[in-house]
Design a protein around this ligand. Structure first.
Ligand SMILES: Cc1cc2nc3c(=O)[nH]c(=O)nc-3n(C[C@H](O)[C@H](O)[C@H](O)COP(=O)(O)OP(=O)(O)OC[C@H]3O[C@@H](n4cnc5c(N)ncnc54)[C@H](O)[C@@H]3O)c2cc1C
Length: 381
């Protein structure tokens, strides 16, 4: 019997980020082994909304999300139907005149990043989304933002990597990480040491259990999904204040965020709180979230909600993911800490990891994402 060839890269975690890394690295002709302790795409990826959105909380976030959306666009024609990939665009809703006047700057910022966006006034917004309440000041429409179904997109990326020779091990947990080395415990309890040219840790909120001291904490979010109401809304709707809710770590917060699914269902988000790993539904937060959604779209009051769930975003203190080499362990790379934007930024993160491992220039400035950067202290809840 001949031993399997030593992998060039081992990836820990087959969520959307690990899956995108596996695909990007397999396309580099590298031998990839990817393992997941649970079910691929079953972590934060299964809980996410699947909004592929360009966000501008910081210049680095804008650069990574714009690159990532471009990479999703390149994949769009090849994704399976099960990925439910669509391009409904995003409407950033300005509720007040003050918010409306901020749209010019946001549009200019997007324009400089090569992202198309147009300002809609009160009447044009009402015509585009007739079920929104009257009297909203307007919106910024970003037509090329997308929506997909995250766990199936992760599965598609894994299958595409496997087609290029990658190996996926389900139920295989990494227990210890060394320089270019990993201890794996298989589903039967068998322990194995795997050596590879590079080890990529894409373990989401579990990354600190493998890389002690790394600054990632779980940030809980709730989502509610309705029964089918085709035509109730057309674009992903996000209130302009969403970025403030996402940025500030202090206290629990909710923001208006609605997504049309290809099934005709409506996904209602979103909330943020630091609650450890308590996955239970917090009724007060759900009430607040739904009330906010109904305040923006009164027609939702007559809709049936069929399921509510929670998930944990892997959050970092400076709101940027950790992508790049881990300074304390040569041969170990991190791709984790994507908070509420990891479905979007999985493709760009994978491009940065693939360029780094292949020794090529990065497609955007990788410095803001380096895991070795100085990190502020995590804000208290
Ligand atoms: C409510 C909510 C809404 C969201 N909406 C959006 C959105 O609209 N758009 C967007 O871009 N993002 C969104 N996100 C964020 C997004 O879901 C996450 O950023 C993203 O899924 C993180 O992916 P990941 O691969 O890093 O982590 P995960 O999906 O959690 O994957 C990590 C994987 O690592 C595995 N693992 C852990 N430890 C080990 C180990 N020791 N050995 C082997 N495997 C291990 C786990 O089993 C898991 O499968 C949302 C998140 C939430 C919670």
């Amino acid at each position: 019997m001949t031993a399997a060839p030593r992998p060039d890269v081992v990836i820990v975690g087959a969520g959307i980020v690990g899956a995108a890394c596996a695909y990007a690295l397999a396309r580099e002709q590298l031998r990839v082994l990817i393992c997941d302790a649970g079910f691929p795409g079953g972590g934060a990826t299964a809980a996410g909304m699947g909004h592929i959105v360009v966000m501008d909380d910081s210049p680095a976030q804008l650069a990574l999300s714009a690159l990532s959306r471009r990479l999703w666009e390149e994949l769009a024609a090849t994704l399976s139907l099960a990925c439910e990939d669509e391009r409904p665009g995003t409407l950033w809703i300005a509720a007040s005149g003050e918010e409306f006047s901020a749209l010019d700057e946001k549009r200019a910022l997007y324009g400089r990043a090569g992202v198309r966006a147009e300002i809609l006034d009160e009447q044009t917004l009402a015509a585009a989304e007739p079920n929104l309440r009257r009297g909203l000041a307007g919106a910024l429409f970003v037509p090329d933002d997308r929506v997909l179904y995250p766990p199936n997109a992760a599965r598609w990326l894994l299958d595409a990597a496997i087609e290029r020779g990658a190996e996926l091990r389900i139920g295989s947990a990494a227990r210890a990480v060394g320089a270019g080395r990993l201890t794996l415990v298989g589903p039967s309890g068998a322990v194995e040491t795997v050596e590879a040219g590079a080890v990529v840790i894409a373990a989401g909120i579990d990354t600190p259990s493998l890389i002690p001291g790394i600054a990632i904490v779980p940030r809980k979010g709730h989502l509610v999904i309705t029964d089918r109401y085709p035509g109730l809304l057309h674009s992903q709707l996000v209130e302009l204040g969403y970025l403030h809710s996402a940025h500030s770590m202090s206290g629990a917060s909710t923001a208006f965020n609605l997504q049309p699914r290809s099934t005709g269902q409506v996904l209602i988000g979103s909330s943020r709180e630091l609650a450890g790993r308590d996955a239970s539904i917090n009724p007060a937060i759900v009430r607040d979230m739904v009330a906010r959604a109904v305040a923006f779209m009164p027609a939702l009051a007559g809709c049936l909600a069929i399921r509510t769930w929670t998930g944990f975003r892997p959050a970092t203190p400076d709101k940027l993911p950790l992508i790049g080499p881990w300074p304390d362990l040569p041969g170990v790379w991190i791709a984790a800490g994507h908070e509420g934007l990891g479905i979007t930024t999985a493709t760009g993160s994978a491009a940065l990891i693939a360029a780094g491992i292949a020794g090529r220039a990065a497609p955007i400035d990788a410095t803001p994402f380096l895991p070795s950067r100085p990190m502020p202290a995590m804000e208290a809840a």
